[in-house]
Design a protein around this ligand. Structure first.
Ligand code: PBG
Length: 349
């Protein structure tokens, strides 16, 4: 006689499923939403003409020459994506121990920045400050004889890189190197040179993660990398340390902070958001892209639904915006579902 209690009207008194029954009430009680304006699209770039080179561990993502990069940026802008990021894949003979190419005025990145800004002045342009695409050893900073990444010496080069990027016209620089004190010295140098409006998006809590593998393949640093990045990137075991990193970066002048990687670190994101009243960004990194893509190719997962659900999870955890290789596709999916606003079959996204 277990079932009969359900019909007595005594229990359960509160039925949360009542509001889930209809599409209209599901929409009314939705706590978080997604739109293309939540997204930042990272672009890999390379020298040359009319080429899109595939990246084996990131099907659907390419290294673009300038003509293709401009087209990709136009697509992003037309879809309502507010900003893009650039990551250079430079030629092996341009890499060096001291990463001189990182601050070359007419290097790959500054050239793309000038062209993009000319064509799409209102599309936000954010570029990493870190040396790994430019060093022969694949580290984000310069190394001593033992292979240790030197902090203060690296900062001096990062300052030069940030100034080169600011002069080329980026809207924000994005230090991803995890050197101590780099936000403060970069802010100071930008201000002294009059770049008071160039923002800083700090990769504040950046973990030494295996999820960056496909990215390193994309910028040709994977095979070069000697050792790992554990002496500067954070230990995945730590969360209090992330709060200390974020506190320092804010104090040193960061405009926005970031937690990276994304989905496996949502607890860190939520904690940073609840501790500091600042914009916090999430990076759905290359390994996360690769995992979803690989499962989708085998038709083990529904790619659209899994991507939109993952992006929504970032918003729920407190992200102001999400850097995602899926940005273009996701924005298309979002725009398509907003054209059919009463489609009860579309999930709450
Ligand atoms: C460079 C940098 C990395 C990523 C962004 N900037 C790689 C690294 O730190 O090894 C990773 C992004 C991704 O995996 O998508 N410092």
């Amino acid at each position: 006689m277990v079932a009969s209690t359900a019909f007595t009207g005594q229990f359960p008194q509160t039925r949360l499923r009542r509001l889930r029954k209809h599409a209209f009430s599901r929409k009314l009680i939705q706590e978080h939403t997604l739109s293309p304006s939540d997204l930042i699209y990272p672009l890999f770039i390379q020298a040359g003409d009319s080429q899109q080179t595939s990246i084996p561990a990131m099907p659907g993502i390419f290294r673009h020459t300038l003509d293709f990069a401009l087209k990709e940026a136009e697509k992003a802008y037309a879809l309502g994506i507010p900003a893009i990021m650039l990551f250079p894949a430079i030629l092996p003979d341009q890499k060096s121990c001291l990463a001189e190419e990182a601050y070359a005025k007419n290097g790959l990145v500054p050239t793309f920045v000038r062209a993009l800004k000319k064509k799409l002045p209102n599309l936000g342009l954010i570029v990493d400050v870190a040396l790994d695409p430019y060093t022969t050893h694949g580290h984000d900073g310069i190394v001593d004889q033992t292979g240790y990444v030197l902090n203060d010496e690296t900062n001096l080069i990062l300052i030069k890189q940030a100034l080169t990027l600011a002069k080329a016209g980026v809207d924000m620089v994005s230090p991803s190197d995890m050197m101590d004190g780099r936000i403060g010295v970069i802010r100071k140098a930008l201000d002294e040179q009059g770049f008071i409006h160039t923002g800083i998006l700090a990769y504040s809590a950046k973990y030494a993660s295996a999820y960056y593998g496909p990215f390193r393949q994309a910028v040709h640093s994977q095979s070069l990398l000697i050792g790992d990045k554990k002496t500067y990137q954070m230990d995945p075991a730590n969360i209090e340390e992330a709060l200390r990193e974020v506190a320092l970066d804010i104090q040193e002048g960061a405009d926005m902070v970031m937690v990276k990687p994304g989905l496996p670190y949502l607890d860190v994101l939520a904690k940073v958001k609840s501790t500091f009243a600042v914009p916090v960004l999430a990076y759905q990194v290359s390994g996360e892209y690769a995992m979803i893509k690989a499962a989708a190719e085998r038709q083990w997962l529904d790619e659209r639904l899994v991507v939109l659900e993952s992006l929504l999870a970032f918003k729920r955890a407190g992200a102001s915006a999400i850097i995602s290789y899926y940005a273009l596709e996701a924005a298309k999916w979002m725009n398509a579902s907003s054209l059919t606003p009463h489609d009860a079959g579309t999930p709450a996204i």
